[in-house]
Design a binder for this molecule. Structure first.
Ligand SMILES: Nc1ncnc2c1ncn2[C@@H]1O[C@H](COP(=O)(O)OP(=O)(O)O)[C@@H](O)[C@H]1O
Ligand SMILES: [Mg+2]
Length: 264
């Protein structure tokens, strides 16, 4: 990730701070590309917290979190996973897209996250690992409309009693964010691109389109302009062409919007 400073436009840092001080775990919910990961990294950096992260997918195994037995020179040892490491020594654990994990993995997490904040290493010596006192866990979930996401079991949800919503920002704020990533001389084109992105987001929200562009796209658009690509071309490469995945009719709908906004 680049070293761009995070713009805390909805005061999420303040509530993260309060939750941290109160020893409450936090869930951040919002669509992809709305700055969830950036927010967490920025918070950890500013507080100087040692951050361990897991990016969950269907392929994330228990062993990833807990650890695996390894054999070296005839000796069996246990290679501790990220969860165990973070409980022992890490101060902050980031569980990204936790609702794409399989149920058995979530069950194991639940054991560590309950009020005792401890877990039995049944795959090794049976030792009970107790988390450091200031252990802080933040997780993110995508709304259920995202493919591959499942509903988080209520008991696991309840381990994260502080919930932060992160949506697409208002247009003027999105412009400020994009300007943090690219030079501002392209302001009027970027404003148009943000309008386009919001039109597509609204169409996706009512299921008129299959895909909703994020801040990643509006930033990428600005970066292409910086490299000398015209606004119209950049709009096609970043916003338009992806819809071909759902066929020509879907693509044509978006292509027409792009033409009306950026000319022929
Ligand atoms: N508030 C913000 N300030 C600065 N950059 C941001 C902000 N929100 C999003 N971004 C940028 O948008 C992109 C997507 O953000 P990311 O944190 O990866 O989103 P998510 O984790 O929600 O998918 C990144 O390049 C990030 O730097
Ligand atoms: Mg992320």
């Amino acid at each position: 990730m680049d070293k761009v400073q995070y713009l805390d436009w909805n005061n999420s840092t303040e509530i993260l701070n309060k939750a941290y001080e109160a020893g409450l775990f936090v869930l951040i919910i919002g669509p992809k590309g709305t700055g969830k990961t950036s927010l967490v990294r920025d918070f950890a950096k500013n507080k100087n917290l040692n951050l361990e992260s897991v990016n969950f997918s269907l392929r994330t195994r228990e062993s990833h979190l807990i650890g695996t037995k390894t054999l070296t020179d005839g000796n069996v040892s246990f290679d501790e996973g990220i969860l165990i490491k973070s409980m022992r020594e890490g101060e902050m654990l980031y569980l990204d897209e936790i609702n794409s994990a399989e149920a058995d993995v979530l069950l194991r997490l639940d054991e560590a996250l309950d009020d005792r904040r401890q877990i039995a290493l049944k795959e090794s010596t049976g030792e009970v690992i107790k988390a450091k006192e200031n252990w802080f866990v933040v997780s993110t979930i995508n709304p259920l409309t995202h493919s591959g996401t499942k509903e988080l079991p209520p008991q696991l949800l309840s381990r994260f009693p502080v919930r932060i919503r992160l949506e697409y920002p208002p247009e003027n704020i999105e412009l400020e964010i994009v300007k943090k990533h690219v030079s501002e001389i392209y302001e009027s084109d970027i404003i148009q691109a943000i309008k386009l992105a919001n039109t597509l987001r609204q169409a996706a929200a009512v299921e008129e389109l299959f895909y909703s562009p994020s801040l990643r796209e509006t930033i990428a658009f600005g970066k292409l302009l910086e490299k000398g690509v015209t606004a119209k071309d950049a709009a096609n490469y970043v916003f338009g062409n992806v819809y071909t995945q759902w066929g020509n009719i879907e693509y044509q709908k978006v292509s027409d919007i792009i033409t009306s906004m950026f000319g022929n």
